[in-house]
Design a protein around this ligand. Structure first.
Ligand SMILES: Cc1ncc(COP(=O)(O)O)c(C=O)c1O
Length: 439
């Protein structure tokens, strides 16, 4: 079949170009995704992706759970299930969330195909074209891809080393309302932020919830990394303080393995009912097999000890990254996360993280340019470094290579523009770590 008529005839690459719905325009390969192809070459040290180090999970733990599931519940595991998720797993998810101060009812938990799918479902329920989602600046790339695919606008509120700045949130809400915009929700990653690495303080959690309550704005709390803390746990979840105004998202991707594709949403009653319907419409039911294996794993393995193992691995890798930055790139500034996978680095003035990337890949190191994490083109002076996947030794090599790239770029600038200052700039209104947060 070909498209009819010249006005609808597509383009050279895609004959259906003019047939797509408007919302499909927002679906472009993210910079992170495009990078995966390059960064997966074995000679490249990738500090770019956010892949959990699943090799730290003993395979037997999963194999045993799978075997038992298939022997004891095979026909159920291989069958369609409930659109809300397996009841036993929803009960166990309550135990997981209790570790972050959340008390809830299993009726209000909806199991999804990763928390990514929960983001999609919430967006589907709430976003009309032209609506605004407020998020931290920077924010999680693939959440923004979803928001844009529903033709919503993303408004970034700045952060500092204590997370989202409440005063700035107030100002943004007032400005958006003054221009007649409809704000649908605040999307926030309070713990070990992706990509900024910072954690929202307890006081600010309270204040931000108050602001949202006063302005009738729903909070979408995305918490994939909360249990992966290093020295001390993060403050309790925002959902522990407020039930009616928060949709909370969790996942087994980082504390177990992303291959299962099991996450969940905990939502106020009415929203939960709609989420179940949307989940059924999208996937009929999340994978019965994955859910039962995870349920068996939680019931029989020491899952808390396994999370401790992951925490130890990531802590060691974070230290390796920060030590290498101290040694090879002391002129830069960076955040010092107390958990999670990411460090946010600020480059010297005039360096452009996106323009520098091809040179970095040529030097066999990959990172994610800061521009990927802003909907508005900001972030040129930032890069996100992930320490989750490469070994400490590889991280060291990667940072040494990155230092070569940064120095070469600065030399070029000095040669052609007569400027080579290594003093980091602090741009007002943009996320820049304050001195206390810099190693
Ligand atoms: C902030 C954030 N939210 C959601 C996700 C999606 O996780 P999953 O769909 O694997 O649960 C990720 C994955 O990296 C993430 O970093």
């Amino acid at each position: 079949m070909t498209a009819q008529g010249s006005s609808q005839a597509g383009n050279n690459l895609d004959p259906w170009y003019h047939h797509y719905a408007e919302r499909a325009a927002g679906l472009r390969a993210s910079e992170v995704r495009a990078l995966f192809a390059v960064a997966s070459r074995p000679e490249v040290v990738s500090l770019a992706g956010g892949m959990p180090f699943v090799a730290a999970l003993p395979p037997d733990l999963v194999v045993n759970a799978m075997e038992r599931v298939m022997r004891e519940q095979g026909p159920v595991a291989l069958q369609y299930g409930s659109g809300q998720g397996v009841p036993a797993l929803r009960e166990q998810i309550l135990d997981v969330m209790a570790l972050e101060g959340i008390r809830a009812h299993a009726d209000d938990v909806v199991v999804t195909t990763g928390s990514q799918h929960a983001l999609e479902l919430v967006s589907k329920l709430f976003l009309d074209p032209g609506d605004v989602v407020i998020s931290e600046g920077p924010s999680y790339v693939t959440a923004m891809v979803i928001f844009k695919s529903y033709q919503a606008e993303v408004d970034h509120v700045p952060m500092d080393e204590h997370g989202l700045i409440p005063e700035a949130l107030r100002e943004h809400i007032a400005q958006l309302r003054a221009t007649g915009k409809t704000i649908k929700f605040l999307y926030t990653i309070p713990n070990f932020h992706n990509p900024a690495g910072v954690t929202l303080s307890w006081e600010r959690r309270i204040e931000i919830l108050e602001i949202c309550r006063a302005n009738n704005i729903l909070v979408l709390e995305d918490n994939p990394y909360g249990l992966l803390y290093f020295d001390r746990p993060a403050p309790a979840a925002m959902r522990s303080l407020e039930q009616d105004g928060v949709v909370y998202l969790g996942t087994f991707s980082k504390t177990l393995a992303p291959g299962f594709r099991v996450g969940w949403a905990l939502a106020p009653h009415a929203i939960r009912e709609k989420l179940v319907l949307a989940n059924e419409a999208a996937v009929l039911s999340p994978s019965s097999f994955s859910q039962l294996v995870i349920s068996e794993y939680l019931a029989t393995a020491n899952w808390k000890a396994q999370i401790n193992t992951f925490r130890g691995v990531y802590h060691e890798r974070k230290n390796a990254l920060l030590n290498a930055l101290d040694e090879y790139l002391p002129e830069l500034t960076w955040t010092n996360p107390n958990g999670g996978f990411y460090v946010w680095v600020t480059l010297p003035p005039l360096l452009n993280s996106k323009a520098m990337l091809p040179r970095a890949v040529k030097e066999l190191v990959a990172y994610t340019p800061g521009t990927a994490f802003f909907a508005n083109g900001d972030g040129q002076q930032n890069i996100r470094l992930s320490f989750c996947y490469p070994t400490p030794a590889e991280i060291r090599v990667g940072v040494r290579r990155l230092a070569t790239v940064v120095r070469d770029e600065l030399d070029l600038l000095e040669t052609f523009a007569g400027t080579g200052s290594l003093d980091p700039v602090r741009t007002p209104g943009r996320f820049n770590p304050l001195p206390t947060d810099i190693s």
